[in-house]
Design a protein around this ligand. Structure first.
Ligand code: ADP
Length: 301
């Protein structure tokens, strides 16, 4: 098969591993820099051009689109879908997953376990917003944040009010969330491929840190999932329409709660912690599923 990886970073661990896993299995794999693709969308025959030439027909693309280029990256992925190329994660699903609030709404529609979450644009009902998610301590998150930046734990209702007011004053979009204390500063990253969890790791925050992000000094180890956790991760991926994703869960007294679904999950942390060939699983998924016009939306999104 002929596979293209849409990535700005050919040297990144995840990109390199996907290339390696594809070639090991006898496929032709190209890394295409997403921002250097350009498109002819006026013609009835959609194409993607790259460095002055039309790109060849690929059997499948693997979009690895960073949060900073979601708008252009999803447009490029959509163009491939219009051409009938199999896209592992459809552009609409990537767009959904990039909006934390929209994601939580979609997950809640499907009855998937979530921390109680509130969202408001005006500061006039802050007390009620706080009460609604169960009062302090609570977590306040910037909608645009990644890697744990902009995730704040407010110990008291007073502190929560001041933080919410300050963020709103800066016109930042935030959500207010029940604090899952019993998670103990840890979360579970489930790597879903198709309708299976192919690897899972537990990330533990550094001493005294409630955020488990590896970028914040957290550590990771392999973990065994319960049936309920496994099903929650798979259902979350389905609700988002993603074939390959990282589902982050918190272990709460009332069962697994989904925090986030990531459409371009990094492979380094999970492959290192679990010693599993996640890249290979992604290529195997493509082998089984890549057909012309096999995507659900085919660029309609
Ligand atoms: P980001 O997308 O920036 O990583 P997250 O929403 O994943 O932000 O939050 C970062 C970390 O903070 C999580 O991995 C988790 O360990 C912790 N965390 C986030 N929300 C909660 C919560 N409601 N209760 C307990 N811990 C939380």
């Amino acid at each position: 098969m002929k596979i293209a990886i849409l990535s700005r970073e050919p040297n990144l661990y995840s990109t390199r591993r996907l290339v390696e896993a594809g070639r090991e299995r006898g496929h032709e794999v190209d890394v295409i820099d997403t921002l250097h693709c350009y498109m002819d969308i006026t013609s009835s025959r959609p194409t993607v051009r790259y460095h002055g030439e039309e790109l060849p027909r690929y059997d499948a693309i693997i979009p690895r689109i960073g949060a900073s280029i979601t708008f252009y990256g999803t447009a490029v992925a959509r163009q491939f879908e219009m051409m009938g190329t199999f896209n592992v994660n459809e552009s609409v699903a990537i767009s959904r997953s990039r909006d934390k609030l929209r994601s939580l709404q979609l997950l809640s529609r499907k009855g998937i376990g979530l921390p109680r979450t509130g969202f408001a644009s005006k500061a006039d009902n802050i007390k009620d917003l706080i009460k609604n998610v169960g009062g302090a301590p609570l977590v306040i998150k910037l909608l645009e944040g990644t890697q744990g930046i902009g995730v704040v734990l407010a110990d008291t209702a007073k502190a929560a009010e001041s933080i919410i007011e300050a963020f709103m004053d800066l016109k930042a979009n935030i959500l207010v969330q029940e604090f899952i204390k019993e998670a103990g500063g840890a979360d579970i990253r489930c790597l879903v491929v198709g309708n299976r969890v192919v690897a899972a790791m537990k990330r533990q925050g550094a001493e005294g840190e409630f955020r488990s992000n590896l970028h914040r000094g957290g550590s990771a180890e392999i973990v065994k999932l319960s049936k309920e956790e496994r099903e929650t991760a798979i259902n979350a991926a389905k609700a988002m329409g993603l074939n390959v994703c990282g589902v982050d869960l918190l272990r709460s007294h009332s069962g697994p709660m989904v925090m986030e679904v990531n459409s371009s999950p990094g492979l380094e942390g999970i492959e290192t912690a679990t010693n599993l060939d996640v890249a290979g699983k992604i290529i195997e998924f493509i082998e089984k599923n890549a057909k012309q016009n096999a995507n659900r939306t085919r660029g309609k999104g």
